[in-house]
Design a protein. Structure first.
Length: 176
């Protein structure tokens, strides 16, 4: 191929690509919804229901279903005391931060050796074991107080902290 034929080929390819892009910009999408939606018409897709989405598996109302969204009464915290205020804050966090990954760490922080975390998580696991669900819960799953509250510290970090011979960092209990 000669240089003149290469430059003609390049010019032709630039022209064809440019003209196809210009044509693509002028295409208008056709409307998919062509008439107003009639809410009185119900469409049932038969055979597309999950096998567990049946009335016999409905466990009823959850405590959050009955939760009223409204401001607390003026003076409620003063009148009902510190324990009432703590329970209110914990309930608000539970609802507001649901499914955002904060629950485990809230329980961990609020436990203070009382066993709140173990009781809450073991109650949850016991309830989930009886339900038909999309998620599988191991039948032997339990949360052990004093063991499962903390994650293991990576051995590399323990070695680095204790490199001078003095033990500064120890592994959390339950991971030895």
């Amino acid at each position: 191929m000669s240089i003149s034929s290469l430059s003609r080929f390049s010019a032709l390819s630039v022209f064809l690509i440019g003209s196809s892009l210009a044509g693509a910009q002028q295409i208008q999408p056709r409307p998919m919804i062509t008439s107003p939606i009639n809410e009185s018409q119900v469409v049932t897709l038969r055979g597309n229901v999950h096998p567990l989405a049946q009335p016999m598996f409905d466990v009823g109302a959850a405590p959050a279903d009955n939760y009223l969204v409204k401001p607390y009464a003026a003076g409620a915290f003063t009148a009902n005391g510190q324990d009432y205020a703590r329970r209110a804050v914990r309930m608000e966090r539970r609802l507001e931060l649901a499914m955002e990954g904060h629950r485990f760490f809230d329980l961990q922080r609020w436990d203070n050796g009382t066993g709140l975390m173990a009781n809450t998580l073991n109650t949850y696991v016991a309830t989930e074991k009886t339900r038909h669900s999309f998620y599988y819960v191991v039948n032997t799953a339990t949360f052990t107080k004093g063991v499962n509250e903390y994650f293991a510290i990576p051995q590399q970090q323990i070695d680095a902290e204790n490199a001078n011979g003095k033990v500064v960092l120890k592994q959390n209990s339950g991971y030895n």
